[in-house]
Write a protein that binds this ligand. Structure first.
Ligand code: PLP
Length: 402
């Protein structure tokens, strides 16, 4: 059996999305900026996709700008808003557990003379409106808080946070890369000024994203070049990718409550079985305010890299942190931010489901995990020390309560 449970890293392009894109390689291939018929056909497809994205977010088509990926949308939102508002101030607020597309951009802005406040999240990954209220200053120009965390799946109270920013006349950006299709988003009703998304997290291809910019919000552009995207994002449009993004977001947001109910049932079945059947394991993140497809666990006394390898041998794809950081030996900054120790962060595993995963697959993964964790613990000196009563990773009393 082959099971893909790494949908937080990327998703497969589904058949209807592929079918929608197919004509836009060999048949309809014009440059959307060309005035001839070939170009006009391509332009029509780009604008139809813009409409699909806008509809899915409760936005106007003219508020949607296509980008090369989620990272570009994040960079653009932050740098664009920071530099456009420099006369008002140079203070930005974010959290300490954002994706690196946000954190590294903030660090770069700090080097360029901006000041950034990193709000700490609590042990379940939540940041509160009160924390935000207390951090806002007269020179604050932008707040950027992710909709849902990519590693532990915690969903932030975005409408409440956006309301605080609005009260103080501060722009509110959210990185919704992981949230699209799993959470109901309405930029108007939720008071969002800027929102980043990325197609490959909801069954569109890699290399296409978008930034929503509320009408009237001025941000600087990142790149210089042609007049594409109403002069805001130069570069010939990724025609097929844009068509795929439009179709994928339409499908992803068709029946969110139905999808969430189905995925939550499978997720909770997995979590319940793992907590019942595998000792010394902790669920990272919030028990309920979490993405319907996210399971993040710390297995004590073993390294997640070994678990991943054994899962892979059984045809199961999972991850030990965000794909972008795996390969680095540093423990995940997200897990450290919620207070997980270095040891337990190194034993953490993320299983991220999509609506295509089944209960049968979930049971296969849990059965495999049980065997793998047991075998690895049998070989673990930490575990044998622990069994002998030697204090290694926390006390036995602590471990028994996790
Ligand atoms: N933001 C979040 C929360 C993500 O999970 C990711 C990708 O994993 C990104 C941004 C970056 O998106 P992209 O891979 O399209 O650059």
């Amino acid at each position: 059996m082959r099971v893909y449970m790494d949908n937080g890293a990327t998703t497969r392009v589904t058949e209807p999305v592929m079918a929608a894109m197919q004509p836009y390689f060999c048949e309809i291939f014009g440059n959307p900026s060309s005035v001839h018929g070939f170009g006009r056909e391509a332009r029509k497809a780009v604008e139809a996709a813009r409409g699909q994205v806008a509809k899915a977010l409760g936005a106007q088509p003219r508020e949607i700008y296509f980008t090369g990926c989620g990272t570009e949308a994040d960079n653009w939102a932050l740098r664009g808003a920071a530099y456009a508002n420099i006369k008002k101030g140079r203070h930005i607020i974010t959290t300490n557990f954002e994706h690196h597309a946000i954190l590294h951009t903030c660090q770069q802005l700090e080097k360029e003379g901006f000041e950034v406040t990193y709000l700490p999240v609590d042990s379940e990954g939540l940041v509160t409106p009160e924390q935000l209220e207390a951090a806002i200053r007269p020179d604050t120009v932008l707040v950027s808080i992710m909709y849902a965390n990519n590693e532990i799946g915690t969903i932030e109270p975005i409408p409440e946070l956006a309301a605080v920013a609005k009260k103080h006349g501060v722009l509110f950006h959210t990185d919704a890369v992981q949230a699209i299709g799993h959470v109901e988003i309405d930029v108007q009703a939720q008071g969002i000024d800027l929102l980043s998304l990325s197609g490959h997290k909801f069954h569109a291809p890699k290399g296409i994203g978008a930034l929503y910019i509320r009408q009237g919000v001025r941000i600087q552009r990142l790149m210089q070049g042609g007049a594409q995207e109403r002069g805001q994002r130069p570069g010939t449009e990724n025609l097929a990718g844009i068509v795929g993004l439009g179709k994928a977001i339409e499908l992803a947001t068709e029946d969110i409550p139905g999808k969430v109910a189905k995925m939550t049932a499978i997720r909770d079945h997995m979590i319940a079985r793992i907590m019942d059947e595998i000792p010394y394991v902790k669920l990272n993140g919030h028990p309920t305010k979490r993405m319907c497809g996210n399971v993040n666990l710390s297995f004590y006394f073993i390294e997640s890299e070994s678990v991943l390898l054994h899962l892979d041998l059984r045809g199961i794809a999972a991850s030990s942190g965000s794909a972008c950081t795996s390969g680095s030996l540093d423990p995940s900054h997200v897990l450290l931010a919620i207070g997980v120790s270095h040891e337990h962060a190194n034993g953490s595993l993320r299983l991220s489901l999509c609506e295509e995963n089944t209960l049968e697959e979930a049971d296969y993964v849990v059965d495999s995990l049980k065997e793998i964790v047991e075998r690895l613990r049998d070989m673990s000196p930490l575990y044998s020390d622990f069994l002998k009563g030697v204090e290694t990773v926390g006390t036995e009393e602590e471990a028994c309560h996790i």
